[in-house]
Design a protein. Structure first.
Ligand SMILES: Cc1ncc(COP(=O)(O)O)c(C=O)c1O
Length: 450
């Protein structure tokens, strides 16, 4: 067989930063996802296309919930809508038994539309319009308040309904991980949280039911959860004693990491990311140490990315190959930062759809946007990719399909591989009508001539 000609190139040698862990983990190629050929996805649904796996979502959820519930008797999980609120994804998790955790009136309405009863919704977030609080109280949602102005707003909503509404408070604290997430909720150490409870308990229209926190996201250190549990149990004890009430739920939010590659980390995620069990142990072991069985409250987790991130891939196609003036190899693909908000902090795993021989080199992967910021992967160690090669970027399931923006290009299809072995489109590609639908042009601007 005639050997394929590969154009030689001269590469300037630079010492670079010493890295004893080796160059890269981008050496793989992948021809299929769960038995479906990569090319079949793009042929049928276009390129780029997001692919989600029902099986992986269920597996990840079950792994976390079964361990959590085996370690604590009143374990509950609530799906963090903002992580991925596509109807099909939420439906899989609701079928598994997860309630809905929302942070806006829009997400609240989305959960209700899917059939989640108000009583099974946790309503979090720093901004809750008055009207949405009225609906949430009327429907019996768990509302976690963020600040003193919101306590007053919640009081007004309950007064309008003439009820005494149950509320929770979100708290923040020093868990030994910096920078500390202190902008959400009431601080424990400076007594803000206790004062908030005082204000609630003195209100004619509110009473305290629970305590909520979310200490950060992509947390690498389980001991931070241990600290959070200790401080929250201490606060709970103080509240119960002072106001003679019993707290019925504690909610430790989300924050467990996925196997994504955080920029700036040397070690591959298989080594750098601790198993989810270690995080659950930190929470449940501390709870069991600190509490008497008769006082066990319900304990919620709102785990987002650790459930869904690894259940998603993006298939995208190389549209052009370019060498930059400094010699760097670069590729232009058909998916950009408009779809990949998380590219700001992750170095995605990059796989190619075929085996390609030739010298590997560090390459930049640009998106299709006419914007300098549109860099999808700053440095991927790749063989020479011909135009038309499909790249499979992962993990993709968390935060991209909610934080994507309509900028310059349409958003593409999202498909789900179902457990019955079929593939279904769960969000069609956008069309011009989806974007111009809400727009209107004032009458006097309707005519122009060149
Ligand atoms: C209140 C709350 N709960 C849960 C989550 C989910 O977090 P993660 O995806 O890190 O698990 C978030 C995300 O920011 C959040 O703000």
């Amino acid at each position: 067989m005639k050997k394929e000609y590969i154009k030689p190139y001269i590469r300037k040698q630079t010492a670079g930063v010493m890295n004893k862990f080796g160059v890269s983990y981008n050496k793989g190629h992948r021809e299929e996802i769960e038995g479906f050929h990569i090319g079949d996805f793009t042929e049928k649904f276009g390129s780029p296309v997001f692919v989600l796996s029902e099986k992986v979502i269920r597996e990840r959820y079950r792994k976390i919930y079964s361990y959590f519930s085996s370690k604590y008797p009143k374990a509950k999980m609530s799906w963090s809508y903002k992580t991925n609120y596509l109807d099909a994804v939420c439906s899989v998790l609701h079928q598994e038994g997860e309630t809905a955790e929302v942070v806006s009136d829009f997400e609240y309405q989305k959960a209700r539309r899917l059939g989640v009863p108000g009583k099974k919704i946790i309503y979090n977030g720093p901004y809750k319009p008055l009207e949405s609080l009225i609906v949430a109280f009327k429907e019996g949602a768990m509302v976690n308040l963020d600040n003193f102005d919101e306590i007053i707003k919640a009081e007004e909503a309950a007064k309008k309904l003439d009820i005494k509404a149950s509320v929770g408070i979100r708290v923040n604290m020093d868990t030994g991980v910096y920078p500390q997430w202190s902008r959400f909720g009431f601080n424990i150490e400076n007594n803000n949280a206790f004062n908030a409870v005082k204000r609630i308990q003195h209100s004619e229209y509110l009473h305290l039911e629970g305590i909520h926190c979310h200490i950060g996201t992509f947390m690498m250190e389980p001991s931070a959860y241990k600290e959070a549990v200790k401080k929250i149990v201490q606060l709970m004890r103080r509240i119960e004693k002072e106001f003679e009430i019993s707290i019925s739920y504690l909610d430790f939010g989300g924050g467990f990491p996925s196997k994504n590659i955080l920029k700036g980390t040397y070690l591959p995620p298989e080594v750098a990311i601790q198993p989810v069990e270690n995080f659950i142990d930190a929470i449940t072991d501390t709870l069991l140490e600190e509490l008497e069985p008769k006082e066990y409250p319900e304990v919620y987790l709102e785990t987002g990315r650790a459930i869904v991130d690894e259940a998603g891939w993006l298939i995208t196609t190389v549209d052009a190959v370019k060498r930059l003036p400094d010699g760097t190899k670069s590729y232009i693909i058909d998916a950009g930062v408009n779809l990949l908000y998380t590219s700001a902090w992750y170095n995605y795993h990059v796989e190619i759809d075929r085996e390609i021989h030739g010298a590997y080199e560090n390459s930049i992967i640009y998106g299709p946007l006419c914007m300098n910021i549109d860099v999808v992967v700053e440095s991927a160690f790749l063989p020479p990719l011909p135009k038309g090669t499909r790249l499979i970027l992962s993990p993709m399931g968390a935060y991209n399909m909610t934080q994507w923006m309509q900028f310059i290009r349409y958003r593409p299809a999202v498909v789900m591989i179902l457990e019955d072995g079929t593939v279904e489109q769960i969000r069609r590609p956008e069309t011009l009508q989806d974007i111009v639908g809400p727009e209107s042009v004032p009458e006097k601007l309707k005519r122009f001539q060149f």
